[in-house]
Design a protein around this ligand. Sequence first.
Ligand code: ATR
Length: 278
Amino acid sequence: MILSGKAKLAGVLGWPVGHSRSPRLHGYWLERLGIDGAYVPLPVRPEDFASVFRALPKMGFAGANVTVPHKEQALILADEVEPLAKRIGAVNTLVVREDGSILGLNTDAFGFMQNLLETHPASLGYLNRPAVVLGAGGAARAVIAALADAGVPEIRLVNRSLERAEKLAAEIGGPIRVQQWDRLDLAGAGLLVNTTSLGMTGQPPLDLDLSALPQDAVVNDIVYAPRVTDLLLRAQARGNPVVDGLGMLLWQAVRGFSLWFGQQPEVTADLRDFVLKS
Ligand code: ATR
């Protein structure tokens, strides 16, 4: 892609950032849509984050994504933060406005929900039954906010650290019931979501007995490396509909891209394959 002097700029701020798939993902859309723009990795140490953040408008950036470990700092530094990002407690997308001020968004909840609904429409009714969420980290906060906002009647939450789960429940709000791992109630659930890092390449396996889970419950693992986790394989083998985690990554990027570059990108099967190839 040849850039002009008017090219629009965006990127991803993280430390480290070398593992990020976002430059590949946005680069694909920029090229396909023929946009005069660039999306670059921006490796920024935590101690430099505030100064780089404030320099973005001065350097002509349209915005940026924010990843580990800067998501909480971005929430503090942004001139305005949308209510959902405040509730989740993290900002993953920055938009530079015309007056040079920075708006902070969190697009993970949207990404999670779009990925889920794109694969299994709400008309199947699984969101009208209790949902079970494993984990209470940053990703869980976005997932639970999305489920609460979608009107899921009950959210059963389990986490290694009970205290963290209780804090999440108090902060995010909604019909959340914190449960213990050894007393996890899968009966009657319409949805099971893994937001922990268990089952990810290089991490311990997720050891969960699925026998009490209804066979029509949707099972979603937000882990996408491997693309099909052991949880999804076991769920598939007993007939449960499944959703992998790659789509959440792709869909969360859609909103930032359209705000920075002014065009709505598409999430396609070709894009999924492309993003996974390194
Ligand atoms: P993310 O932003 O991806 O959600 P995170 O905030 O570090 O990452 O959260 C990781 C989640 O995986 C947490 O729910 C964590 O449990 P704790 O809150 O108890 O730390 C969970 N997790 C990670 N390793 C785990 C393990 N070995 N056993 C059980 N849970 C684990």
